[in-house]
Design a protein around this ligand. Sequence first.
Ligand SMILES: [Zn+2]
Ligand SMILES: [Zn+2]
Ligand SMILES: [Zn+2]
Length: 253
Amino acid sequence: MRVTVLGSGTSFGVPMIGCRCAVCTSSDPRDRRTRSSIHVQVREDFAFLVDTSIDLRQQALANDLRRVDAVFYTHTHSDHVNGLDDLRSFNWLQRGPVHLHSRSDILDDIAMRFAHCFHPPQEGAGVPLITLNPVTGPLTVGGVEVTPVPVKHGILDILGWRFDGFAYVTDASVIPEESMRLLEGVEVLIVNALRHEPHPTHMSVGEALEVARRLRPRQTWFTHICHDLGHAATNAALPPEAQLAHDGLVFDV
Ligand SMILES: [Zn+2]
Ligand SMILES: [Zn+2]
Ligand SMILES: [Zn+2]
């Protein structure tokens, strides 16, 4: 699997509109963070996203995405779903629907918020062609063993996702013990780390490091990062096996 980090920023993105802090005004391109999402190319003819970031169009152009067959959703906060309409481009490229997978209540929320997708448009107008596929447990999609991983996002129950030996856990404040067991043996982990200071709905860098120490993946990448953390300085202080990701980061698992 070839994983591309499309976006590594928190919901505001970095730079934040109007902010003049050192990170928001940095000239290091790795300090420019669009809203969090990944693309995973499994084969020439099968690729998927986790979430449709509000920045999906720019991310697809920046990373030359050609294919999206499926999307696995973590939750329905706007930064994670609001790019859904741009799936239309992949309908057009692939001449077929994009299959959305998540827990049924998450899909219900998407169906409500994107109701226009389920009403035939006026001729000449376009809506994404999508299918809704409720997930209740592990499944195989495109030859990949996929496991939903329940996590807490403040008071919300949302999902991380494991794909064979790789896992993506964003917007988690706590990973329950049963879910830590679902993550055992991952080779590469992406997990959210908002900032150093504790936050009620997101892990801090210290909390995310503790997850990495327990699971011991070969490599851990932190995502959903706010403007408190400058890329170069933060990574210099972190161990090489647990580092901040950046937009456009590509790795193979
Ligand atoms: Zn988020
Ligand atoms: Zn700032
Ligand atoms: Zn969220």
